[in-house]
Structures are given as C-alpha cells and as structure tokens.
Write a protein that binds this ligand. Sequence first.
Ligand SMILES: C[S@@+](CC[C@H](N)C(=O)[O-])C[C@H]1O[C@@H](n2cnc3c(N)ncnc32)[C@H](O)[C@@H]1O
Length: 432
Amino acid sequence: MKIHISNTTEFLTEEYLLFYRIHQTLDGQIKSIEKTNPRTSVAAARVKKIIEAKNHNLLLIKNIVDALEPNAEIKHLASLLKPQSRLRGQNNTAAYLKDFRYMMRDWCQLPEGESQVLRIIKELKTYTVQFSPDNDKILFLGAGMGRIAFEHNDIFNKVFALDKSYSMVHHFHRLLEDDFVFYEINEFNVLKPEYVSRRLTASINNASAAALEKKDRFEYFIGDATELPFEDHSLSCITSVYFSDVIALQLYLEELKRTLKMGGLFIHFGPLDYFFRDRAEMLTGDEIKEEFIQHGFEVMHEDEIALPHMNSSINLTSKVYTNWFFIAKKVREVKKGIDEAAIYVINQPLFIQTSHLINDESNKIIEIKNKDGVTFEGAENVVLLLEFLDGQSTFSEVFAKIKETLNPSNQELELIQNIFSQLLEKGFIKIK
Ligand SMILES: C[S@@+](CC[C@H](N)C(=O)[O-])C[C@H]1O[C@@H](n2cnc3c(N)ncnc32)[C@H](O)[C@@H]1O
C-alpha cells in the first residue's frame, strides 16, 4: 500500500491512535451491551446477535490497529496524548469510520447499494467522456471504498484514487486479495429481530467485467487532497464525489489548478453538507462556481440529481440527497495572485470613507469598504489605481498604463503590484 503523505511517521502515528481509540470504544460498547438484562427470549437472542456482529467487526478493526502499531512513533504518540493536543482537524478523516457502510454500498451487490452507485457511475462516465481532453489519467479525491473510481478503468489509461483514511485504503487492498466478510449492524429502527445484524460478503468480483478486465490500470494510495503527488499539468480529470464538503475547497484548489492539464476537468458530485466548522468556507454552489471561474475554469455542466444515500433495505432510516453535479474545465492558467492576462474589474459596490477629527484635517483617514464591511486602509492612492481598471485592458496593459502615467520608481512598482494582490485577496477586485 503506497503512502504519499509528507510526514508519514506522524500520519501513521495519528491513524494508529485514532483506530486504537475506535477499537477501545467499540470494545467498551460490547462489554456494556453484555450487561443488559433481556426480559424475553426474543430480546435475549436479538442482543446476542448484536454482540456477535460487533465482536466480528471488532476483530476487523483490531487488524487495522495491529497493522498500524509497528509504525507508530512513541515520541509523537506522547505529544498527541497531551490534553491540549488534537488530531489534525482539517483533514476530517476521523469523522468517517464509515468503511463498512461504504463497503456495503460498493461491493456487496445489494440492490439498494447498486442502484445508488451505478447511477453515480453512469452520470460521471457520460460527461467525463464527453468533456475530458483525452483518456489519459483521472484522479478520484477521497475515494472511500473505491468502487466509483474503479469503474472508470475501462475509459482511462490510468485511474488514480486517494484517500486520507488508512482504513479505507487498507480495506480496499484487502478486498483485492480476497472476499471480505463483515456485519451491517442496526441496533434499532428495524421491524424484525433478525434485521439487527446482517452478515455481508464484499467481493471485488462484483465490479463490472469491463472494469475488472482493466484492473491493472487502477492505483489506490493513501494521500491527501491538499498535497497531490502528481507533476504539474499531468491529469486529465479530477473527480470529487461526496468529497467537496469534507474539507474546504480553499485547501486544495491550488493543487487542482497545478495538476490539471489545460482543458482538464474538475468534476463534483454530491451535496454541500459540510463536515467542518469554518462557516466562511461553507460555500454555496454559486460561490464554488464563481471561485472556479475566477481561477481560470469554464463551467461545462450543471445538474441536480436526487438519490438515496447509504440506504439499507432492512433499516427504517432513509436519507435522500439532492446531489449537485458540476463540471468545470481548466481554460486558463491563473497563478496564485494576479493573472497578467486577465481583465480585472471592481467588485461593486465599494465605498470610500473619509474621517478626521474636527478641526484636524491633517490627520485624515481614508478607507475603502465593501458591502460586507471589509476595509482597506490608506486608500487615497488605491482609488487612483482602481481608476485604471477600465474593464477592457488586461492587467499587464493596465500596469503599462500606470507606469506611463505615474512614472513610479521600482520600489513603488512593487508596492503597486502588492496593492493589487491584496485588493484581489480581499475580494475588492475580481476577474471580469
Ligand atoms: C464522504 S466520503 C466519500 C467517499 C467516496 N468518494 C464515495 O463517495 O464513495 C469522504 C472521504 O474523504 C476522505 N478524506 C477526508 N479528508 C481527506 C483529505 N484531506 N484527503 C483525502 N481524502 C480525505 C475520508 O476518509 C472519506 O473516505
């Protein structure tokens, strides 16, 4: 199993601690269930069935703990155990020991799983084929149990999948070796006592014949969407299925831009249900679209597709997501900061606010403010610069005009460039 993460030792130690704790919690749960006192023989059989199923899954988790243990570094482990330390929050893998749920949907041939997963695959393949610049390399971010990615083997020369969860990638590789037996557990919300657990067998052979035939094209590794181990301009498509709301787009947008070739696609499929805390980064669909346009992409396709999510035919809980399907094509190279070839305009409305103490006009403060109250201080010269944005000239033309008109020194030129970068960062100007 390949790992492409910058600090592998720290990562494996953190994963070890995570799965150790998950194991402890499940073990504790089983012990507590064992203490229950069923009033009827049916209840006793039901509780016994739950305990047996949990014990089986506990062993599967123990396998992960055992695989990780030799890689854990005592020094880092000790630092993680200090009360104030937290596991790296931004990556959000801890929220997901949903391996068995994904395994059930992807690899067990249950009608409820197949209907969901096959529809997603069909939608993706239809448009990927239509818009992809070629059939060279596709990458799936946060690929979970991997079925959706795996089914692209027949289209692309190389299908890469990455996930930051050790267990997801571990379980997929286990599946490549042999069938995998586990239990779906529904402690409540079922109609029949026998539904509290269901023994399931996952098999890689449940993939389509076309995908299995080209399985050598598939590579699934442990990796992080925020540090992609790919060369610049090397990927034809990057796909995010139920992933764009797991970590903030801002954390991996630059990596998408860097690794996609010109004409390459970013494909999103899923809700915007956000599993992190920073509200400012819980972008709406419109904001995501705008972000991609600003960064050199063109929107190719948009749709809303309602689908049940992770349903089980024996559990009464059912969730339906209206999935946003969004495809954008990279049409321009936009470097971080100002893009010389782009036309910038003022992001209206902007207000100028001048204030000074009564009787002391010499200490004037001039600020620019946008409608959200974000301010830019020392704005006298900024207003002058903004007047050069005529909505027609590219930034390099604007810059040439500024040079010609104001005749600034080299130091002032650098300052002007910095001001424009800051205006862009604060959202005071945008690409037309
Ligand atoms: C909601 S699941 C989606 C799984 C899969 N795409 C599917 O739909 O079947 C999100 C996945 O993202 C993974 N993940 C979380 N943070 C990540 C990161 N920084 N880089 C890569 N994967 C990450 C989680 O481990 C989890 O498997």
